[in-house]
Design a binder for this molecule. Structure first.
Ligand code: ATP
Ligand code: MG
Ligand code: FE
Length: 343
């Protein structure tokens, strides 16, 4: 079955063609990062308008790259939520209309299920059950995964998402947008022992997280450096390093706790923040020590992309799920509401 995947929940237009027999055939991504950089964050209305411009040409480019015709497509998967309502609606309406014209089924995919299943696009796929650390721009969750659509939320952030904390920290240090990659690049030049940031909520039981305090810690540390005439690039790099280490350590401590609590030894890490080098290394070291397994998406599939939506939708289409001609975008939507599927 050849499935066209369409992602448009935020500021990336992602298109992919996934074949349930041959795997991923082609994918294309257009990032609106430059469009929003001027404003220091995503402007929803600009995002919707740009998705409208990009969707059809990207679908055509992806078909061409895969050497396939529109008529070869057997089903369409689009991101139905969570995300920006206008941005979601552009992808949903293109998906629905195309499915109607081609007389094929379409299915709305949960964006976070897409992220969660992204490691399934790799050669080595995790078996169920596993613990998933899902860390992105809008979410930070620890989930027990017993199958597709069988998700139990074990821990969540009480305030900022991990990616949001990276983005806000970058803004405080005037590093620009998006923050994650910039903080992490500058951290490479940072010294490890100059600042020690707290590891939030690790001394409390449970799996919930909190990242907004780290942002405040960054602000205070930077303001102190400014006052002391030490507002140098090196100081910034040292702060980035301390911040990144604090996030990585905290996530590792919480993952270890979740694995112990659930009696599992398989970890999946996905979402934009899973592209972070320090976090990948820390979690790899943790799983090596535990003689367990850890899985990540390839770097380009950590952040938003069409391939993960095509994959997640394909599983639901294989299970004969499809939705009627009407469509809706669901800006807020819990993973636990999804229906389990058995293949
Ligand atoms: P959500 O998936 O929760 O709806 P989103 O789609 O905006 O949010 P993603 O595309 O998964 O989020 O990821 C983007 C986030 O990942 C941003 O916050 C970005 O700063 C962060 N990020 C990307 N690369 C890195 C990195 N190397 N290190 C840390 N953070 C990163
Ligand atoms: Mg994005
Ligand atoms: Fe995302």
């Amino acid at each position: 079955m050849l499935v066209l995947g369409i992602e448009s929940s935020c500021d990336e237009t992602g298109i992919a063609l996934y074949d349930t027999e041959y795997g991923l055939l082609a994918h294309e991504l257009y990032s609106q990062v430059e469009l929003h950089a001027l404003y220091g964050g995503v402007v929803p209305e600009l995002a919707s308008r740009d998705h409208i411009r990009r969707l059809i040409p990207l679908i055509q480019a992806t078909l061409k790259k895969a050497d396939r015709q529109q008529s070869d497509i057997d089903g369409i998967a689009y991101t139905a939520g969570p995300g920006l309502i206008g941005a979601l609606l552009t992808g949903a309406s293109v998906a629905r209309s195309l499915a109607f014209a081609l007389n094929i089924p379409a299915v709305g995919v949960h964006h976070m299920e897409g992220h969660l299943l992204a490691p399934m696009l790799e050669e080595q796929q995790p078996e169920f059950p596993f613990i998933c650390l899902l860390v992105s721009g809008g979410h930070s969750m620890i989930i027990r995964v017993d199958g597709i659509g069988r998700y139990k939320l074990l821990g969540d952030t009480l305030d900022d998402a991990a990616g949001e904390a990276f983005d806000k920290t970058a803004k405080l240090l005037d590093l620009g947008y998006p923050g994650g990659p910039r903080v992490s690049n500058l951290a490479l030049q940072g010294t490890t022992d100059r600042y020690k940031f707290p590891r939030p909520m690790v001394d409390r039981p449970g799996l919930d997280m909190s990242f907004s305090g780290l942002k405040t810690f960054t602000l205070n540390t930077w303001q102190k450096a400014v006052k002391e005439n030490d507002a140098t690039e090196q100081t910034k790099a040292d702060i980035c390093r301390a911040f990144e280490l604090a996030v990585a350590d905290t996530l590792a401590i919480k993952c270890k706790r979740a694995l112990e609590q659930e009696g599992l030894n398989r970890l999946v890490v996905s979402g934009g923040v899973s592209a972070n080098r320090e976090i990948r290394e820390k979690l790899q070291a943790l799983m090596k020590k535990r003689r367990g397994e850890v899985f990540f998406p390839r770097l380009e599939f950590c952040t938003d992309n069409g391939a993960m939506i095509a994959y997640a939708g394909a599983q639901r289409l294989l299970a004969s799920e499809e939705q009627g001609l009407d469509f809706a975008a669901t800006p807020r939507w819990s993973l636990e509401e999804l229906a389990p599927i058995s293949l």
